[in-house]
Design a protein around this ligand. Structure first.
Ligand SMILES: [Fe+2]
Length: 289
């Protein structure tokens, strides 16, 4: 173990009797909808939050999250671990993430297969990785350290890179399969990312679905991309597009009724729009059940 086990504070919120099981279709929780959720208590199976927005010692976001957690299961999805970076793992970040996980009791914690920091400077985007044996060993070692520190396996999400590296020696799905073997981590499969990646980098998205270990897929993400002149831009600012719904059905046929999240990050619409998307996913999930 790289880091000493930190003192774990007692949860600030009592979670006795709160819902803890992630099932069916959920919605990405965004601050715009705090009040609606707290006053209307919409019928949503579960929410997922960007962990990085709740790593402070207090403040309104954490207060609202604690309130919402009383009525809904919540998962933690992060962007700041920088698993592919050559920077040392950020111990302060991990300590705060563990504290958040202790207080919110998510079913699971997830991160991206990418990197975001260099020499201690953080970027505003998730940067893709080379897929080689050397990078595989590096990322696997960091995932093992994170899992040991957090005391739980984590889920790794596939990115939506706009390029591939000529020096890569394996496909992304081969890299993911090897990563699972080396770390026993689970997978968060973003179907929109698979589709965007497949169109931009010209491969068959079904090959991706066939290439990853089916039993390790614990969660699915759905989102909307933006069509550009000769590529797809992964904006998370639109309803899920028809070809992504189609690929989603192929994924459900292969992986079963995996809990599915509607992810919407830019031009965030009313909560009812998100509910309609989640209900649509729920209908597909029900057919698999
Ligand atoms: Fe995603």
């Amino acid at each position: 173990m790289i880091f000493p086990t930190p003192h774990t504070p007692h949860p600030t919120t009592s979670l006795a009797g709160v819902p803890t099981s992630i099932k069916g279709a959920g919605i990405g929780l965004r601050s715009l909808h705090y009040q609606y959720i707290l006053t209307q208590k919409p019928k949503v199976n579960w929410f997922e939050v960007i962990s990085d927005n709740y790593l402070g010692d207090g403040g309104l976001p954490l207060y609202h999250l604690g309130k919402i957690r009383q009525d809904y299961p919540i998962n933690l999805h992060g962007v700041g671990l920088s698993l592919g970076s050559t920077d040392p793992l950020n111990r302060g970040y991990l300590t705060r993430l563990k504290k958040l996980a202790t207080s919110m009791e998510p079913d699971w914690v997830s991160e991206h297969l990418s990197w975001i920091s260099i020499n201690g400077h953080y970027l505003n985007d998730l940067i893709p990785l080379l897929y080689t044996e050397e990078v595989l060993k590096h990322v696997a070692s960091r995932i093992l350290q994170v899992q040991e520190f957090l005391g739980r396996p984590i889920l790794i999400e596939n990115p939506s890179p706009y390029l591939t590296f000529t020096d890569s020696t394996m496909t992304e799905w081969e890299f993911v399969e090897e990563l699972v073997k080396k770390t026993d981590c689970y997978l968060l499969l973003d179907i929109n990312n698979v589709y965007v990646n497949a169109i931009n980098n010209r491969f068959d998205p079904l090959d991706y679905l066939d290439g990853i270990p089916a039993t390790r897929v614990k969660e699915i993400h759905l989102a909307g991309y933006q069509e550009q002149e000769n590529y797809l831009l992964d904006t998370h600012g639109y309803p899920v597009h028809p070809p992504v719904w189609q690929l989603y059905q192929a994924a459900l046929a292969r992986f079963g009724a995996v809990p599915t999240l509607i992810e919407w990050d830019t031009d965030i619409p009313s909560f009812e729009v998100l509910m309609a998307e989640a209900n649509k996913a729920q209908q597909f999930l029900a057919k698999v059940c």
